[in-house]
Design a protein around this ligand. Sequence first.
Ligand code: SAM
Length: 331
Amino acid sequence: MQAAAGLLYDYCLQQAPSRGVILQACMHPRLIDVQQRHDVHCMQDFRSDVLELQQAGMVCVNEWPQQCDWCALLPLKNRQQMLGTVAEAWAHVSEGGWLAIVAANRGGAKSLHKQLAQLGAVHHLSRAKCRLMVLRRHGEPAILQQWRDAAAPQRSESHGLWTQPGLFSWERMDAGSALLLQLLPDDLCGEGMDLCCGYGVLAVSLLSRMAGITRLHGLDADRRALLMAERNLAAWQHRIRLHWLDAAREALPANMDWIVCNPPFHRGLRRQTELGQQILVQACRSLRRDGRLWVVANRQLPYEQVLREHCAHCDILVQQHGFKVLYGVGR
Ligand SMILES: C[S@@+](CC[C@H](N)C(=O)[O-])C[C@H]1O[C@@H](n2cnc3c(N)ncnc32)[C@H](O)[C@@H]1O
């Protein structure tokens, strides 16, 4: 991501000063120069990146500015989401303005380039295994509506919940989450948390089965996921609290009777085992004494040690089809 960001921000620095937006903005030393040269809005849905930008004195916003001469887009893993984001940017950039899109060669830059060519001439340059593609915004090519529709919130054909391309396991329930649900007791009650809740697939299942749950906290770093969780949990709106937080770095709701968690082990395109470990340390600390924690993870991820160190008692409940479910009791 850093190489892609460097290429994109260098391009922005070569352009005449004007008003623009950086989508999926992430911290990089060149971003500070970009902000000095342009009147720039940084937009970012992922809380961890927002915190890093804020730490460097940058302001992140969720709203598009009234006028926008250009838009710079960092890579997204999901192609539907990426093209939908290009279409969104197209709608906001003034006629004749520019869009710059960067992608890693191994992240499908070449095929993205072909798709972008449906919007007009694409100028490109390559550096550090990344490709920068630049387009002028002219008119409203018909393909844009298809891209917007494909990337929009939609109900999953598999489980009927609201979801959106690019969210974790967006088309169907993750096999690990399904295994976790099988192992949870039927009588969870009191105040609990779906930690790293995504679009709320675990929370919906729990609330629809267990009337004794008085409050469920759903917490995720991805703002888009929480917007879908809000729709999916609307029937229980008086019993839920949604939190846009980085669970590895920010204070979590405390004194929980129980927590369920399918933690992430990727940050963007990068694999990060410590991320899951940090989140689980925080989860253990959020439990009340004797509160209960259930965690599902890929079998090879080293989470047992965290539970051993931070719980009064812990166990592996099952290991099956490449997953394991861990159980811990708060102390
Ligand atoms: C493996 S998914 C589980 C999603 C959902 N609970 C499910 O079972 O489908 C992990 C979730 O963690 C979120 N996430 C990633 N990093 C995070 C962080 N630092 N803090 C909070 N949530 C994070 C991701 O956005 C994703 O929704």
